[in-house]
Design a protein around this ligand. Structure first.
Ligand code: ADE
Length: 371
């Protein structure tokens, strides 16, 4: 298999000879998503909306390192998918004029993979490891001295004749990202001496600004009410907002073309999005007016109908949905919790009164006491 490799500009270079592996997106949606991310990705701090706390801290860290003539220390970003962890890493590379090499936890299978990546870095490079929580233990232990002292300890041979050789590495900054910080071991976490930063969901206003910026970059004329509709359903997440914007544009384009073919007069151009077009497009994607998709609704319906609103354990509800626990925990639940539709209690998951109301279920007294 070729070895896909991305430079900091985000271009894809096939089969670099340095042995770096990058897991490619598995399906078409993901490929499209990453192309979209690249087009709309902010390239300067002042273009990056929201996450002020992180921006302020990282900017100081970078500036101080530059003034001392050092490379920036290692940084860990965590939080739900789509909030901009990778975007921040790209931005740091761009703003500091460094090259960034990208890989991911599951792509680094063996110690040799990591050794090859680290020994191929140029001085001052940034190494970005996505999904760092999926790094295996043996590889993780090689990373400790590399992060802390800039050395690579390699064991050669087996049994009594085994010996360790130590290679000096060129200075590098590791930026890592995870959706599951609890699965990152504390020895690894503590080595991110530049900071461990949690990305927060965006406010309505911030999402609105991101949609506005993206629509300009994509040459879309977005009416005010249409923008509000997209923002309302975007799960406080830029990736979702941008995805909806593009899908609404597709929808408008196809509708405009078929109207023109059938001779409908005064049809709006495919690049003009009004409230109706956006609502129709998002309804077609089965996204409701608070941004719940069919998986979110199925989760709540099962919780309410099969398990009387909870409390119920993660394993049980994931099995009832035929869904992986990680998907439930990382993708479905954070937004439901953010909206106040779900609570994670010591005894398990509980659907709130608001969740019952939203889906049209009666809320019973038992649940009132629990939630
Ligand atoms: N696109 C994705 N995330 C963004 C952000 N935080 N600011 C601006 N544009 C974005």
């Amino acid at each position: 298999m070729s070895i896909p490799f991305r430079s900091r500009e985000g271009s894809q270079r096939p089969s670099a000879s340095n042995g770096i592996k990058l897991k490619m997106p598995k399906n078409k949606d993901k490929i499209e998503e990453s192309v979209l991310d690249m087009t709309l990705r902010p390239t300067r701090w002042d273009e990056y909306i929201g996450q002020k706390h992180i921006k302020d801290n990282v900017k100081i860290l970078l500036r101080a390192a530059e003034e001392r003539g050092h490379i920036p220390e290692h940084i860990l970003f965590y939080g739900p998918p789509g909030l901009g962890k990778t975007t921040l890493a790209h931005l740091i590379a761009k703003e500091t004029g460094r090259q960034m090499k990208i890989t991911s936890g599951p792509a680094i299978e063996k110690v040799g993979d990591l050794a090859s990546i680290l020994t191929n870095l140029a001085p001052g490079d940034i190494l970005f490891i996505d999904e760092i929580h999926r790094l295996n233990k043996v590889v993780e232990e090689i990373l400790y001295p590399a992060m802390e002292s800039g050395v690579l300890d390699i064991i050669i041979g087996k049994g009594p004749s085994a010996r360790t050789i130590q290679l000096d590495l060129l200075p590098f900054t590791l930026i890592a990202a995870t959706t599951r910080v609890a699965l990152v071991s504390s020895p690894l976490r503590s080595r991110f001496s530049g900071g461990v930063f949690r990305l927060e969901f965006y406010s309505h206003e911030e999402i609105g600004k991101i949609i506005e910026r993206s629509s300009k970059l994509l040459n879309i004329v977005l009416e005010e009410e249409a923008l509000k509709e997209i923002a309302k359903r975007s799960r406080f997440t830029p990736r979702t907002a941008n995805y909806f914007l593009k899908r609404a544009r597709d929808f408008a384009q196809v509708k405009a073309a078929s109207a023109k073919n059938s001779g409908v007069p005064k049809q709006k151009s495919g690049n003009i999005l009004d409230k109706k077009i956006v609502i129709d497009a998002l309804n077609m994607l089965a996204v409701d007016d608070i941004g719940l998709n069919s998986s979110d609704r199925k989760f709540l319906e099962i919780l309410i109908e099969k398990f009387s609103g909870g409390p119920i354990g993660l394993k049980t509800i994931a099995a009832a949905m035929s869904e992986e626990e990680a998907t439930v925990e990382e993708i479905i639940e954070p937004y439901l919790i953010q909206l106040g539709l779900l609570e994670r209690t010591a005894r398990g998951r509980v659907a709130t009164k608001k969740a019952h109301g939203h889906l049209g279920f009666e809320f019973k007294e038992k649940q009132e006491k629990l939630s």
